[in-house]
Design a protein around this ligand. Structure first.
Ligand SMILES: [Zn+2]
Length: 465
């Protein structure tokens, strides 16, 4: 072979390889390249530079940028150079519309805060319109701070579901059932009937998982608790409940013949898969064993627990016992924001000081709790919580360029110890871009803020005496 013909055949070979590559490339809806991809998968892989290919609602590839580029061509592309690409955050416990009570009453214990301020304010202001305006504000805050799935417990939950869908977020939304008359139900029976209608209306929705939410044991009698749990089992949906948030909750359990809140709920046959127990602060070893053996998910809300001085959940022990535990913010009236980066940082710091063990909740563990741990607690870890092919495309892109984020040795450390919700640049849920480069695409930001300020006037008037 002459030099010339060798060059020609090499050129032909290269050309044919390019043709084969082009033919093999699959068209997909979105490709994110060049990021620091924190997968939170089984091996906790971090790919740098990594890429994620998304088609429709699903993740189809998570790999190095070179490998993904070779196989996929995105109709839309995002260059995430220098930024972290990670699973969207899962807020396992909140009351979305309560953002409209943000800062209304602070520096109080749960009992006084609830009975003197929150329940009276709710009695005078909660309506479908209030709940819709509050949910839009909460959705705006969640999208802007990287939350892609949230678990909720409130009133008029069907209105919350409509606004959540319109904003493009994923929600596990629990219709409240409570013993005393509230805005959307005069009796617990009405609340249960409302919950059933809501569940049937939203069952099988791609974004909404409807649920029933008996508020707590101290706000429901045993018949109501049993009926709520029976409904959730019958309809195959989650049950969301506040559990052992404060030490005094045990008094109710003792009055009803059980030593602890958890043993009381178990005596009712309440505990099982699909139950999401918010807080679970005051638990003993046998309670913890029950939560594990019954397959209950736990939502840890460190900022709310600290602000209301409710106590410190034994998170280190939960993790050691392999209980499904995620993080939550709780409602904005007791936090006072919905920033899951704050929840990660608080969970880590609080557990370190509570156990005198700086390794109790590491940065890596905090990131897991805010993503795959939350997904497990909500029974959704097959669908969300990590960046893996076959899962729903719930993805966030987080800037790492602030002075406080410089330099960066370890992205997990930065995500927990220096990053804030406002560092999130892009939020994607179910493959749809809800915010790109800080611009929210599914909500009219100015109108949402204007409505919230208008409602604040109504709230102020309602609590003035
Ligand atoms: Zn709560």
């Amino acid at each position: 072979m002459t030099m010339k013909s060798a060059a020609v055949s090499a050129w032909l070979f290269t050309l044919s390889a390019v043709v084969v590559m082009a033919q093999a490339q699959r068209d997909v809806s979105l490709v994110i390249t060049n990021g620091i991809v924190v997968t939170v998968d089984g091996g906790n892989r971090i790919l740098n530079p990594g890429a994620v290919a998304i088609d429709g609602s699903d993740i189809v590839a998570v790999d190095t940028t070179d490998n993904v580029r070779r196989q996929f061509r995105g109709r839309q592309t995002i260059d995430a150079a220098g930024q972290v690409v990670m699973p969207g955050l899962v807020n396992t416990h909140t009351h979305a519309p309560m953002v409209l009570y943000r800062g209304l009453a602070d520096d109080l214990a749960l009992d006084e805060w609830l009975t003197k301020y929150i329940f009276p304010a709710e009695a005078k202001t909660v309506s479908p319109e209030f709940v819709r305006a509050g949910t839009r504000l909460a959705a705006l805050e969640m999208i802007e701070s990287g939350t892609t799935t949230y678990a909720d417990m409130y009133y008029f939950e069907e209105e919350i579901a409509k606004e959540t869908k319109a904003a493009g977020l994923r929600g596990v939304l629990g219709q409240t059932v409570i013993q005393f008359p509230v805005a959307d139900a005069k009796t617990p029976a009405e609340g249960l009937a409302r919950a059933e209608r809501f569940i049937l209306a939203f069952k099988n929705d791609p974004l909404i998982t409807p649920a029933v939410a008996p508020h707590a044991i101290y706000t429901n009698d045993s018949a109501t608790l049993k009926a709520a749990r029976e409904m959730s089992t019958r309809l195959g949906v989650p049950t969301i409940i506040h559990v052992a948030e404060t030490q005094s909750e045990a008094i109710t359990a003792k009055e009803r013949g059980s030593a602890t809140v958890i043993s009381y709920l178990d005596s009712l046959g309440f505990l099982g898969p699909g139950v999401v127990a918010a807080h679970a602060v005051w638990v003993n070893d046998s309670d913890m064993a029950l939560l594990k053996s019954r397959g209950v998910g736990v939502s840890h809300n460190p900022e709310s627990n600290m602000k209301l001085a409710s106590g410190i959940a034994p998170v280190k022990a939960y993790l050691a016992a392999n209980v499904a535990i995620g993080l939550g913010t709780d409602g904005a009236a007791s936090n006072n924001d919905l920033d899951m980066f704050g929840a990660m940082r608080a969970a880590s710091f609080l557990q370190k000081v509570a156990t005198s063990d700086p390794t109790a909740v590491s940065a890596k563990t905090a990131v897991q709790m805010a993503t795959i741990g939350g997904a497990r607690a909500l029974g959704m870890d097959k669908q969300i919580g990590s960046l893996e092919p076959g899962k729903r495309a719930d993805v966030i892109i987080v800037s790492m360029s602030a002075a406080r984020q410089t330099p960066m040795y370890d992205p997990l450390s930065h995500l927990v110890y220096v990053t804030r919700g406002d560092d999130v640049q892009t939020t994607i849920v179910n493959g749809k871009v809800l915010m790109r480069d800080r611009k929210v695409l599914t909500l009219d930001r100015a109108a949402v803020l204007r409505d919230a300020k208008t409602w604040a006037g109504t709230v102020s008037a309602a609590v003035a005496r």
